[in-house]
Design a protein around this ligand. Structure first.
Ligand SMILES: Nc1ncnc2c1ncn2[C@@H]1O[C@H](COP(=O)(O)OP(=O)(O)O)[C@@H](O)[C@H]1O
Ligand SMILES: [Mg+2]
Length: 318
């Protein structure tokens, strides 16, 4: 089967500033692909190009088997886009927003009504359907946004930062919605700043950095790119920190945080030997945490950027 999305050598500059500097992407049909990167990395630019909203300076793209340059209409017929900024009109009700979409897709009146009712129900918006969308919470607006995207029954959906700004509960809600889309056979192209989100949802992840794909693979493959975990010792007393650092020469130092990191696979055996070793060296840390590698480490290793963070501490020993 042809991939849902295949892009080769995609380039886009604004003025003399390259935003996408020759990127290749392949998204198999029926999978979730996550384009991961910090603010300003070029995620929205990529989504806009792939969804025909803007044109690339160069590169070849096929979406749903159609050539983007020669047949953008055919591409538009198979895709849906939920932009980073809501397409919801706050002045009209949720239901009216849905009916407007049905009109845009030229659905017959009756079918449009039925689709609107079904989708509002599916996204738990039936009760709010007759209220102005401006009164909706962030999570409700996002759900309405996706419901509107689904009116045309797209086979390929672009979701640009669908959970940015949502509270944890709405975020989990959105993850569930995305999983259900995939169960229905839809291909999802998802951008996110959250490593955890890509880890949770994506079959494949591409890390966008400085206009290029810095790494691509499954979450597991990306995690394998980087060295193993470590034990982190944190001190509150600078003297205690310095003498521990002198005793543990092989530990990596973080002078600012008064923390030392000792490479470790996190196994019970290694932990015991580290603890024994700390005892014999007379080191008394104020906090000891075990850190197993996650996508944060991957991102850090690839880009040297720490702006993307999730909770890195997997297990607090004491
Ligand atoms: N229309 C535009 N004109 C000029 N610069 C732009 C335009 N759109 C985006 N940019 C710049 O391109 C870079 C990537 O933006 P964007 O694709 O929105 O990143 P992201 O979605 O990853 O946050 C940013 O530096 C942004 O300022
Ligand atoms: Mg963006």
């Amino acid at each position: 089967m042809a991939p849902a999305i295949a892009a080769k050598g995609l380039r886009k500059s604004y003025g003399d500033k390259p935003v996408l500097d020759g990127i290749d992407l392949t998204v198999p049909t029926g999978t979730v692909f996550s384009l991961l990167g910090p603010n300003g990395a070029g995620k929205t630019t990529a989504v806009k190009i792939l969804s025909t909203l803007i044109t690339a300076d160069s590169g070849e793209v096929r979406v749903g088997g159609h050539d983007l340059a020669t047949n953008p209409q055919a591409v538009r017929a198979v895709i849906g886009v939920t932009g980073q900024f809501s397409a919801v009109d706050g002045l009209i009700t949720g239901e009216e927003n849905m009916l407007l979409m049905a009109d845009l897709h030229h659905l017959p009146k009756k079918e449009g009504r039925r689709t609107a009712v079904e989708l509002l129900e599916r996204f738990d918006l039936t009760e709010a359907a007759r209220k102005p969308a401006s009164t909706y919470s962030g999570g409700m607006k996002r759900r309405l946004d996706i419901a509107m995207t689904l009116v045309g029954s797209p086979r390929i959906i672009f979701l640009d930062e669908p959970t940015t700004g949502l509270d944890p509960r709405s975020r989990h809600n959105m993850w569930q919605i995305i999983r259900e889309l995939v169960t229905d056979g839809v291909t999802v192209f998802l951008t996110t700043q959250y490593l955890e989100e890509a880890d949770q949802l994506a079959d494949r992840i591409a890390v966008l950095n400085n206009g290029r794909i810095a790494a691509e693979g499954s979450a597991e493959e990306l995690k394998r790119l980087i060295p193993g975990g470590h034990v982190r010792l944190r001190f509150t007393d600078p003297h205690a920190y310095r003498s521990a650092a002198a005793a543990l020469r092989e530990a990596a130092r973080d002078d600012e945080a008064l923390a030392l990191q000792i490479p470790s696979d996190g196994s019970q055996r290694e932990l015991r030997s580290i603890l024994d070793w700390l005892d014999s060296a007379g080191v008394e840390a104020d906090e000891l945490t075990v850190h197993t590698p996650d996508l944060d480490d991957v991102f850090f290793a690839l880009t040297g950027d720490t702006t993307l963070t999730t909770d890195q501490t997997k297990e607090t020993v004491r």
